[in-house]
Write a protein that binds this ligand. Structure first.
Ligand code: PLP
Length: 400
């Protein structure tokens, strides 16, 4: 039984530098020398434990970051990559062979959707997209050749929470791996503890938190992570989406404030969600009692962190959504921009931006309207003031 939280485990990984710096030294090398020719050949035979070979395989700086992320996710190992998409791509290419099948959530990030729908079929890897909330649909979609169940801990942009425990039962019966993208809910949700085999993040978002870098991570068991960087057959080693050492060091430093940032994002988002809902707007936020999986959120999420920084507001029409977003940007309340996890609020109409890869009829079927705005709520010092300003824009839209 594990009784530490993700935030506590993350904190414990600091202060482990051999150089005694409060931050680890940055390893500015792409290649490493060996003490003997025998050591070098052993490394190429796969005995890479404790050795550095070449930075596409691993480096001290990427390993420091990977170690912290693995601890946070309560996984034995992790490998960092240059972006969230590359973490997803190498994971799926490692787990699946031509002729095999994936069952994926229909409300996933648009780039992930496009990878599964348009790109992987080139390699005869097919995907069935299902409503992960409907277990019967999940079960019916599983075929004899299904190898992976892929979903997001909090789906994008509808913020649905799949019932991990029930999905695990379905997967276990058939030896299927569960791969979870936990980008929206770092620290609040630990998918491994709910049955995930592999946990992925786009580090670009909350984990880095300053919208100045791209990054990704794959957390899993040691065998899987070593397979990803195997010199002969590893998808990460051979496709090469490696993170640079300087970037790994900067992301690691930003992670030290992840817990306080996530708490503040969550508090601010809960405040706005509650206010806007009581004003009569349609708001999707896992912290609201009206959220269909609010009870699951209460069991799956760490209450000390909260319900996360993402909320969705349905303005019903795209033109009303545009007026609100433009009005908020004009008043300095945030940016009309994709991505999430920044200190300022970011907003976009998902149907015509980050989920535009999903065809319109499919968007409608899943309840993604053209007026739906996804907000990544910022670290505003005075969220009550932000709300008052937002409300005056909304009142203006209602009167027009
Ligand atoms: N997963 C989710 C949930 C995302 O929102 C994104 C990007 O927006 C990604 C993965 C891809 O990450 P990256 O942009 O770092 O490649």
């Amino acid at each position: 039984m594990n009784n530490t939280t993700a935030a506590e485990r993350l904190e414990k990984t600091y202060g482990i530098t051999s150089e005694k710096g409060v931050n680890p030294a940055i390893s500015d090398s792409s290649t490493y020398f060996f003490d003997s020719a025998q050591d070098m050949s052993k490394t190429f035979e796969g005995q890479t434990e404790g050795m550095y070979l070449y930075s596409r395989h691993s480096s001290p700086s990427t390993n420091y970051l990977a170690r912290s992320l693995a601890a946070m996710e309560n996984m034995p190992a992790a490998l960092v990559t240059a972006s969230g998409m590359s973490a997803i791509a190498v994971t799926l290419m490692q787990l699946l062979q031509s002729g095999e099948h994936i069952v994926a959530g229909r409300t996933i990030y648009g780039g992930s959707y496009a990878l599964l729908k348009n790109f992987l079929p080139r390699y005869q890897i097919e995907t069935s997209f299902v409503n992960m909330i409907n277990l019967e649909h999940v079960s019916q979609a599983i075929k004899y050749n299904t190898k992976v169940l892929y979903f997001e801990s909090l789906s994008n942009p509808l913020l649905e929470i799949p019932d991990f425990n029930a999905i695990k039962l379905l997967a276990q019966e058939k030896g299927i791996k569960i791969v979870v993208d936990n980008t929206f809910t770092p620290l609040l949700c630990v998918p491994k503890e709910l049955g995930a085999d592999v946990v992925i993040h786009s580090l670009t978002k909350f984990i880095n938190g300053t919208s100045d870098a791209l990054g990704g991570v794959v957390c899993g068991d040691t065998e899987f992570v070593e397979a990803l960087r195997d010199v002969n057959s590893g998808a990460s080693m051979l496709l090469g989406p490696t993170m640079d050492a300087q970037r790994a060091a900067s992301i690691l430093k930003n992670m030290r404030t992840l817990s306080v940032r996530m708490q503040k994002h969550s508090q601010n988002a809960l405040y706005l969600a509650t206010k806007l809902e009581s004003d009569g707007f349609t708001v999707l936020y896992p912290g609201l009692r009206s959220h269909p999986q609010h009870a699951l959120a209460n069991t799956f999420f760490d209450p000390k962190i909260g319900y996360g920084g993402l909320l969705a507001l349905d303005m019903k029409t795209h033109s009303n959504a545009a007026k609100l977003m433009e009005g908020m940007q004009e008043r300095g309340l945030g940016y009309l921009a994709v991505s999430l996890g920044f200190s300022k609020t970011l907003f976009s109409a998902s149907g015509s931006s980050t989920s535009s890869e999903i065809p319109e009829n499919e968007q409608q079927a899943m309840g993604l309207t053209s007026g739906l705005i996804r907000f990544s709520i910022g670290l505003d010092e005075n969220i009550a003031k932000t709300y008052v300003q937002m409300k005056s824009i909304l009142d203006g839209i209602a009167e027009a």
